[in-house]
Design a protein. Structure first.
Length: 264
């Protein structure tokens, strides 16, 4: 008989925000209920807010000070994604769609739209160099949780954290994050827009834990994909605007409203 989602701690594992949410480590956990609330009317599944950012002629890319330019040269984003990357991305996305269809699994509309427009995802910058990726091996079934599965879609640059869609047996989804620094699953990946990185030697250990039905390495970090995507975008842009290492960006009214939560 189908059972509800397993109870997971609700934590936002992310970097800090200068002066308002300082951290000592690269990533720390924050109680999800203690985060600024999101404008749910804006998050309607269409991702129009992300499209507007990606297609805006005023879209600002990082203006790095000279002492940072050399260090960041390898990660500065190009406005256009290479055609070779887009072809690989499209092929892997097609595989995932086919797998979802075979499972009779309805993917979230916001997730479908995002994966069909990797150029939109390309404007979401990350101070810790996180990136979106698609795994052609697709879904991971959770043993002893009939009908539940994970789908990997976002990663820390050093794989300290990985983010997944977690589907229950009814097709409902949420976003979960793995806390293990060595967490990785399966075999091949396509990165947005990173080159390939080495797969950790402990991959088999992590796969064994997944197959054993263990959920101890997971935390729920967003109730749905679009909420996760929006918070990743706004906190990344806020970080760059507030950080003394970067210049040329100002807080927008939307970002100021988000930060006002910490001033109350």
């Amino acid at each position: 008989m189908a059972t509800p989602f397993p109870q997971l701690s609700k934590k936002w594992y992310f970097f800090g925000l200068p002066s308002v949410r300082p951290t000592e480590n690269t990533y720390e956990s924050f109680d999800y209920e203690a985060l600024p609330p999101l404008n749910t009317e804006k998050l309607d599944g269409s991702l129009q807010w992300l499209q507007a950012i990606a297609t805006s002629p005023q879209r600002r890319y990082l203006n790095l000070p000279p002492e940072m330019a050399a260090w960041q040269k390898g990660r500065k984003k190009s406005k256009e994604l290479p055609q070779s990357f887009l072809e690989k991305w499209s092929k892997k996305w097609s595989t995932i769609e086919q797998q979802a269809s075979m499972r009779k699994l309805v993917l979230p509309s916001s997730f479908i739209t995002a994966m069909q427009h990797p150029e939109w995802l390309n404007v979401i910058d990350s101070p810790t160099d996180c990136f979106f990726e698609l795994d052609e091996n697709g879904f991971i079934d959770l043993k002893d949780r009939e009908g539940e599965c994970l789908l990997h879609f976002y990663s820390d640059s050093q794989y300290c954290l990985l983010w997944y869609l977690h589907f229950d047996s009814f097709g409902k989804h949420r976003v979960v994050v793995s806390k293990n620094s060595w967490f990785q699953h399966l075999h091949t990946h396509t990165f947005l827009p990173h080159p390939e990185v080495d797969v950790d030697e402990d991959i088999e250990k992590m796969i064994s834990e997944i197959e054993a039905g263990s959920h101890t390495f997971l935390c729920e970090c967003a109730p749905d994909f679009e909420s996760f995507l929006y918070r990743v975008w706004i906190e990344g842009d806020i970080y760059y605007a507030m950080s003394k290492l970067y210049k040329g960006q100002e807080l927008t009214p939307e970002q100021k409203e988000y930060l006002h939560f910490y001033e109350e």
